[in-house]
Design a protein around this ligand. Structure first.
Ligand code: AMP
Ligand code: MG
Length: 466
């Protein structure tokens, strides 16, 4: 029995469309996240059973579910689209965990909805497994993120540029799926009543201490500054930071073309559709500010007298920069086992050496703890000179081991795991998943998963899930 309390389905007319998932022909469980099931108070054995898998595939509805597709708008690569919405996902409902915490339970790839436009409402196994592994790695590194409860193969084919591919459904868990684009949807329609209701809902759900729209904005700005700094510290590139893919909760959402850097360079971009590098690694904080400015614009009508509201909202968005800088310093300082703003130039010096010599982002930082970092550099003397200055600060090893993953879900490893999964073998994926969800553990049997890709293994492009 799942304890549902579907507060979003009680929102006014126009917030969503009621729509059931479309049944699939032959559901088969690919992966189930036992610890997350426990966290939600769900019975993992039941979920893995025949009726459980039927539910995770969208073939059967659990009692208490009220499936809806949420309405939202969004700026995609800077261009505004007044209606996007859940085109290939349905929110089954909100689960209340044993500790009272509330989580959205969403099926992604569950068939068409009134927001599907020309899409088929489906997902193929590749992006489903990619999101499953990457979002759970992020959770293991304590990055605010949506989670993955299950992945189910549908037994149906989906048709993409590459041809026919095996379909899959991801069960995504989030503290909510409310995005900047949700606010934009009502703002562009001049629905002040709806904006006020949405603001109240978000405050009650995510920021219960917030005193109103401006205070909400302040808090979202602060949370996003933390989240983005955390991404940066892991070499994570979201890839599609459209306003519909920025969650008001501060959780990382929408793992479409995301990827982690192997060799470090700030201009790194993977997404095949990001031709101008809008969402390159180093651009992410500026893009976050741009998105938050869109959010602020939506809230201004709720902030009283217009001129004062604009001024206050602008000041709020501008606070991102110092908050982000402080969070960046804390995160990168921890990677080096040091604390304090005066050490910023030391961090920047290492990053610039890494960029010049294409040091592997993850291996350099992890290697600082075991003396192997210098192997990542061609000019060892330059690294050694840097390391002497750093060692002089007596870096805190425990801090470093906490901040630096030994292993990340590298692109070439994910692709190999997907290839095997498509061929019917989940063992490569399962091993990768275990390794990246225990990212700090020193394990000799996982040593191969820490290697950087060989030249011929390097993945240059990633694709959206569509
Ligand atoms: P995304 O790039 O995943 O953030 O999706 C952008 C928009 O396209 C959202 O409104 C999605 O629901 C919609 N969308 C993406 N893929 C599909 C699909 N296969 N079928 C229907 N809608 C989709
Ligand atoms: Mg999206």
């Amino acid at each position: 029995m799942i304890r549902f309390d579907n507060s979003y389905a009680r929102m006014p007319e126009g917030f969503f469309a009621r729509v059931n998932p479309t049944p699939v022909s032959a559901p088969r469980l690919l992966a189930l996240n036992g610890p997350l099931a426990d966290r939600l108070g769900l019975d993992r054995d039941l979920l893995a059973s025949g009726p459980g898998v039927e539910m995770l595939a969208g073939n059967a509805l659990p009692p208490g579910a009220e499936p809806i597709a949420q309405a939202y708008a969004g700026h995609q690569f800077g261009g505004f689209v007044p209606q996007l919405g859940d085109g290939r996902a349905v929110l089954l409902g909100e689960v209340v965990a044993p500790d009272g915490a509330r989580f959205d339970l969403q099926l992604k790839g569950s068939g068409p909805t009134p927001f599907s436009r020309r899409g088929d409402g489906r997902a193929w196994m590749g992006p489903v497994l990619r999101e499953y592994a990457v979002s759970e790695f992020m959770a293991a590194m304590d990055v605010p993120t949506t989670r993955a409860l299950a992945a189910v193969a549908t037994g149906d084919m989906v048709w993409r540029e590459q041809g026919g591919l095996p379909g899959a459904v991801l069960t995504r868990v989030a503290s909510s799926h409310i995005r900047v684009g949700t606010f934009q949807y009502f703002a562009v329609r001049d629905r002040q009543d709806a904006l006020a209701a949405l603001t109240d809902h978000v405050i009650a759900r995510h920021y219960p201490d917030a005193t109103g729209a401006l205070d909400l904005l302040d808090r979202v700005v602060a949370r996003q500054a933390e989240t983005i700094a955390h991404w940066m510290s892991l070499g994570f590139i979201h890839g599609v930071m459209n306003t519909d893919n920025m969650a008001i909760s501060g959780e990382t959402i929408d793992y479409g073309p995301c990827a982690f850097m192997d060799a470090y360079h700030p201009a790194t971009v993977f997404s095949s559709i990001d031709r101008t590098g809008r969402y390159a690694w180093a651009n992410q904080p500026q893009i976050a500010v741009w998105n938050l400015a869109q959010f602020a614009t939506c809230l201004i009508p709720l902030m009283g007298e217009e001129e004062a509201a604009v001024e206050a909202a602008t000041a709020s968005v501008h606070r991102f920069a110092p908050l982000y800088q402080a969070a960046w310093m804390r995160r990168f300082g921890a990677k080096l086992g040091i604390e304090g703003e005066p050490h910023r130039p030391l961090i920047e010096a290492l990053l610039s050496l890494m960029a010049q010599q294409r040091g592997d982002f993850t291996r350099v930082f992890a290697g600082l703890s075991d003396g192997t970092a210098r192997d990542e550099f061609t000019d060892r003397a330059a690294f050694d000179a840097w390391a002497r200055d750093w060692q002089a600060l007596s870096p805190d090893q425990a801090m470093m081991l906490q901040a630096n993953p030994r292993r990340i879900p590298r692109n070439h490893r994910i692709e190999a795991a997907i290839e095997s999964a498509v061929a019917g073998d989940m063992s490569t994926f399962n091993r990768l998943f275990e390794a990246v969800t225990h990212p700090r553990d020193l394990r000799d049997d996982w040593a191969d998963l820490s290697h950087a890709p060989l030249e011929q293994e390097v993945v240059h492009h990633t694709f959206c899930g569509t």
